[in-house]
Design a protein around this ligand. Structure first.
Ligand code: COA
Ligand code: AMP
Length: 633
């Protein structure tokens, strides 16, 4: 079957198609119910199956005789270390760490937060949770303690698993102190903090004098291995928080069964990777890409995966990706376009690329944000392998648009994120819910059911799930993105239609930033918009109006606002710009005209909105912006 036939089959004969895919993984109890869909409730997959994701990712390969194959390569240019773990070694670490967690009382149905840098122990922790049926929630290290506290209060972890520190290029990130700070802010108090002491980085953990801490390494080495606990297919494997249109992040819940089937299917068909090969997704495990393609996908498919602790540039230079590809014989790689833009900026003529033998690399995959054509062209000119853009979200956990080099020779259309992937019946809708013809921009929606592996819901908030994704167009999932389809079925994603922005491939909420800025004691009202950025795609920009009578110095206040977002949300927000103005442009009903502000900041042409209350605000704002840009941008 070619990709088109496969897609058609997946929609016309859903149950048959996915039952065949489900046969490709090992179940403890094979599902007989493939799709449960009464047309009323959100459809589910493989409801009566039982399995264990850790078994599929680790034990199975050792049982099948591949214990000597490398499972994980830890490549850390920031600490100058490369370690390898075979599947047998991996099994030993994971099963013993699971034994340790079990000793602490963690069991199926509990939750645990993992707040760790890119080290193999983070993967051991994820898999150990999966082994016990403990639902993990990995929190990205670039988030500040307050963000961690919000997640602690939302998913009530029995344990937090962390490390003493991480390394961002040459800056030490104090993970454990951040955890402690977060716990002082959260209402929920975890029973255990398990800390991995990164002796190498100094800043040692004082386990002797701090009885609140459990030593990760000791727990792992001194515990008996724990067996895999069979879980129902729909048992939550993990919760991954992502930004929405309100200040509160939402915990996307992923199942075990559908997820495992989707991972296996995608590794083979979308990424075209065979068992035993090395696959590398250069993403942090704190993001969906890191979950699916640095950890679960390649491990379930018995690939060698790379845990990379570094950046595309500066660790030590813009050749580091090419060095990793050559050294570990990577056959397919996955990163965000922003990483390629960062490399291109440092090495525009591709001099560093020439230093390495990239003959192992068959395909480059890009996602996380729209990929500009110039970046694609540069990549193909200097690296010389196809760069395939594909579109997905934390919610789906795997690609919904893309191409399938595992199935056929692909035809890339620049600027398009590809065609619908099997299982995702993608349509472009008008505001009124009518399907638009090709070449008309509209909302990207997906007819239910979504494919296996897509989100089960939002942790603890079924109403938000219904309201946010399912209510706008009944029977369809609303993605929050706009898009255009062409006559060949290729889809061009035009960007978010809500207040979510994408900064260096990281999804962030402007509403959340607005809450932080508005909380400053001098601020009367504000708005945060995403403006265009050559490197990061978008960056946030805050505009604030001060309370009347405020004597605050505008320049000092602007800096305070930037610092506040960094302190409350974290450096990952990349907030660098804030501007104090006298008034914000609004509609007659009092709504801030965010789109107009964004367009003005991007120096694009705009039309005066007919709903504007007072046109003179725009002129005033333009002067302020011009002054600011001259000085700082
Ligand atoms: N822990 C602590 N801080 C972190 C962090 C982490 N894990 N990750 C990022 N940060 C900090 C950075 O140090 C930076 O701080 P600064 O403002 O003090 O310099 C800030 O958060 C912003 O980080 P980032 O947006 O990553 O910017 P950068 O300039 O350090 O790097 C890129 C830019 C493009 C190289 C980098 O963003 C990148 O590699 N992006 C790829 C994104 C990706 O992999 N996405 C998911 C896969 S689809
Ligand atoms: P995240 O949940 O962090 O993966 O972010 C998902 C969002 O990133 C999507 O809703 C899109 O707005 C954007 N996105 C992801 N991949 C692409 C892509 N290939 N092209 C355009 N936008 C993308």
């Amino acid at each position: 079957m070619n990709a088109n036939e496969m897609f058609k089959e997946s929609i016309a004969h859903k149950e048959k198609f996915w039952a065949e895919q489900a046969d490709k993984i090992e179940w403890f109890k094979k599902p007989t119910l493939i799709l449960t869909d009464d047309g009323e409730t959100y459809p589910t997959w493989f409801a009566d199956g039982e399995l264990n994701t850790c078994f599929l990712a680790v034990d199975k390969h050792v049982n099948d005789g591949f214990g000597d194959q490398t499972a994980i390569i830890y490549d850390s240019p920031v600490t100058n270390r490369i370690f390898k773990y075979t599947y047998s070694q991996f099994l030993e670490h994971v099963s013993k760490f699971a034994g340790g967690l079990k000793k602490l009382g963690l069991k199926k149905g509990d939750t645990a937060i993992i707040y760790m840098p890119m080290i193999p122990e983070s993967v051991f922790a994820m898999l150990a949770c999966a082994r016990l049926g403990v639902t993990h929630s990995v929190v990205f290290g670039g988030f500040a303690p307050q963000e961690l506290a919000i997640r602690i209060d939302d998913c009530n972890p029995k344990a937090i698993i962390t490390a003493s520190s991480g390394m961002e290029v040459s800056r030490r990130i104090p993970y454990l102190p951040f955890v402690k700070e977060a716990i002082t802010m959260s209402e929920h108090q975890p029973e255990h903090i398990v800390a991995f002491d990164r002796k190498l980085l100094g800043n040692r953990v004082d386990f002797k004098n701090d009885s609140s801490l459990v030593d990760f390494e000791k727990l792992m080495t001194e515990s008996e291995p724990a067996d895999c606990v069979p879980v129902e297919s729909m048992h939550p494997l993990y919760i991954l928080y992502t930004s929405g249109t309100t200040g509160k992040p939402k915990g996307v819940v992923r199942d075990n069964g559908g997820h495992a089937v989707a991972m296996k299917f995608s590794m083979k068909n979308i990424y075209g990777v065979k068992e035993g090969e090395t696959f590398w997704a250069a993403s942090d495990i704190g993001w969906a890409v890191g979950h699916s393609y640095s950890v679960y996908g390649p491990l379930i498919n018995r690939n060698t995966t790379i845990i990379f602790e570094g950046k595309p540039v500066g660790t030590p230079d813009a050749g580091t990706f090419w060095r990793v590809i050559e050294e570990h014989k990577v056959v397919a790689m996955f990163t965000a376009p922003t990483a390629i833009r960062a490399i291109k900026k440092e090495d525009p003529e591709g001099q560093l690329i020439k230093k390495y033998d990239l003959s192992s690399l068959r395909t480059q995959f890009l996602a996380g944000e729209r990929c500009d054509v110039a970046t694609l062209d540069w990549f193909e000119e200097f690296v010389g392998v196809p760069a395939i853009d594909h579109w997905w979200q934390t919610e789906s956990g795997w690609a919904m648009l893309g191409l399938m080099p595992g199935v056929e020779d692909v035809k890339i259309k620049r600027a398009s994120a590809g065609k619908p992937i099997p299982g995702y019946d993608i349509k472009i809708f008008s505001e009124e819910g009518y399907e638009l013809e090709s070449h008309h921009e509209g909302y990207l929606v997906i007819k239910l059911p979504l494919a296996p592996g897509a989100m089960m819901g939002i942790w603890g908030d079924p109403e938000r799930f219904k309201f946010g994704y399912l209510a706008k167009f009944p029977g369809y999932y609303f993605s929050g993105d706009g898009a255009i389809k062409d006559e060949d079925g290729y889809v061009f994603v035009t960007g978010r239609v809500d207040d979510v922005i994408n900064v260096a491939g990281h999804r962030l909420s402007t509403a959340e930033m607005e809450e932080v800025v508005a909380a400053h004691k001098e601020v009367a009202e504000c708005c945060v918009v995403g403006i265009d950025d050559d490197l990061k795609g978008q960056i946030p920009f805050a505009i604030a109006v001060l309370k009347s009578g405020s004597q605050a110095d505008e320049k000092i206040l602007e800096k305070e606002l930037v610092d506040l977002v960094r302190e409350k949300i974290g450096p990952v927000a990349s907030m660098k710009n804030a501007l104090v103005v006298n008034r914000l442009p609004k509609t007659r009903s009092g709504k801030i005209l965010r789109k107009l502000i964004r367009t003005m900041l991007d120096a694009k042409e705009y039309q005066m909105p007919s709903t504007i209350d007072d046109e003179s605000v725009v002129e005033e704002l333009q002067l302020k912006m011009d002054e600011y840009k001259k000085k700082y941008l």
